[in-house]
Design a protein around this ligand. Structure first.
Ligand code: ASP
Length: 353
């Protein structure tokens, strides 16, 4: 439903959507955001009041750091009362990490924060950027029958899918449907109509004011297992100075080798207070640490399940929790609950998790 009072803030952080081709080198380079608006005159026809803010400098998302997440949270928090919804234009490469992080950092979010970007620059003839941008704005401005924001969540909209941001991963560097939400249903399917799945959309159950968080602790690492991984590599990863948390990408439903040296390295790390979270390197499904003996052994030495979290969400959650100066025990407890729908925690009876 369009009302004259609907105002949307577009925050352009960088990425392909706002890039142009350098005629001499052929390389894609960022250009001024005003150019983006010029390329999408349709925006003026939407009937919303649209404002824009551009990161300075704009960044390729492969250079994203937690400081940029804080900057984004600052912009949204500072403008929260002024706008109905927010659209964040971001490079696709790390969009899933940023959307995950920001979903934790915007506690009590009651308005839409819709991330999008594109595979082709918006100035190119076959661009996917225009549709992505226009639909993201429509979603950010949409209201339910009571006049409340239709999707008060941090989401990624891409091609024809609206996804919970902290459930996404980038799956293609080539195709327009670049993102997937492997373990959580789409919040909307977009074709001729935008068909929302209201049951899956989180609606805030309180009227608490937005509580922005700005501190993320990046003393974390992702360790991906592979057949043949050697002790030196594992040892080096787990003894990084200052390390607090590890996302351990295991096989299948949370399995890892049971070699003595491997378990000893992991045990030494957990005994030093390093929190190790087990996520699967499969592109969908959940860790079940009780299913095989290998997973069981990991649990016995203090490794915790990341259940069906993506690596991106598990990593962002660790950074967020350690950013609050929690003890390892408190982080372990917090990892067992869902904060913003980022993980499916099995029923207590499902002890094998
Ligand atoms: N390198 C770009 C970025 O992530 C790619 C993109 O936007 O699709 O910033």
């Amino acid at each position: 439903m369009t009302t004259p009072s609907t105002s949307v803030l577009i925050i352009y952080t960088g990425g392909t959507i706002g890039m142009t081709q350098n005629p001499e080198t052929g390389a894609l380079e960022p250009f001024d955001f005003n150019h983006l608006i010029d390329n999408v005159p349709e925006l003026r026809r939407l009937g919303y009041s649209i404002s824009t803010i551009q990161f300075d400098p704009i960044i390729d998302s492969s250079e994203t750091e937690p400081t940029q997440w804080s900057k984004l949270v600052h912009i949204i928090a500072d403008n929260y009362e002024k706008y109905y919804g927010f659209v964040v234009l971001h490079g696709t490469d790390t969009m899933a990490y940023t959307a995950s992080a920001v979903s934790f950092m915007l506690e009590n979010l009651g308005k839409p924060v819709i991330f999008t970007g594109s595979q082709l620059p918006i100035g190119m003839l076959r661009t996917d950027g225009k549709e992505n941008l226009i639909t993201a704005i429509e979603i950010a401005a949409d209201r339910d029958e009571h006049g409340n924001p239709r999707v008060p969540e941090v989401c990624i909209f891409f091609e024809n899918a609206l996804m919970r941001g902290n459930r996404t991963s980038k799956i293609s560097s080539q195709f327009f449907n670049a993102f997937t939400s492997p373990n959580y249903p789409l919040l909307a399917h977009v074709g001729i109509n935008i068909n929302y799945d209201d049951v899956e959309i989180h609606t805030p159950d309180n009227n608490e004011p937005l509580k922005p968080h700005f501190n993320m602790d990046n003393n974390v690492v992702v360790l991906k297992l592979f057949p043949g991984i050697n002790r030196h590599a594992v040892h080096q990863a787990l003894t990084i100075p200052g390390l607090k948390g590890v996302v351990l990408e295991t096989f299948g439903s949370g399995n890892a080798p049971r070699y003595d040296w491997f378990l000893e390295e992991l045990r030494n790390a957990t005994e030093r207070g390093i929190v190790i979270v087990n996520v699967t390197q499969c592109s969908s499904g959940s860790v079940q640490m009780g299913l095989y003996r290998t997973g069981n052994t990991l649990r016995d030495i203090g490794i915790i399940s990341g259940f069906d979290s993506t690596t991106e969400a598990a990593l962002a959650k660790l950074m967020f929790l350690f950013g609050h100066h929690l003890t390892p025990e408190q982080v372990i407890e917090a990892m067992k609950r869902s904060f913003v729908g980022e993980v499916t925690i099995p029923r207590p009876s499902a002890v094998s998790q």
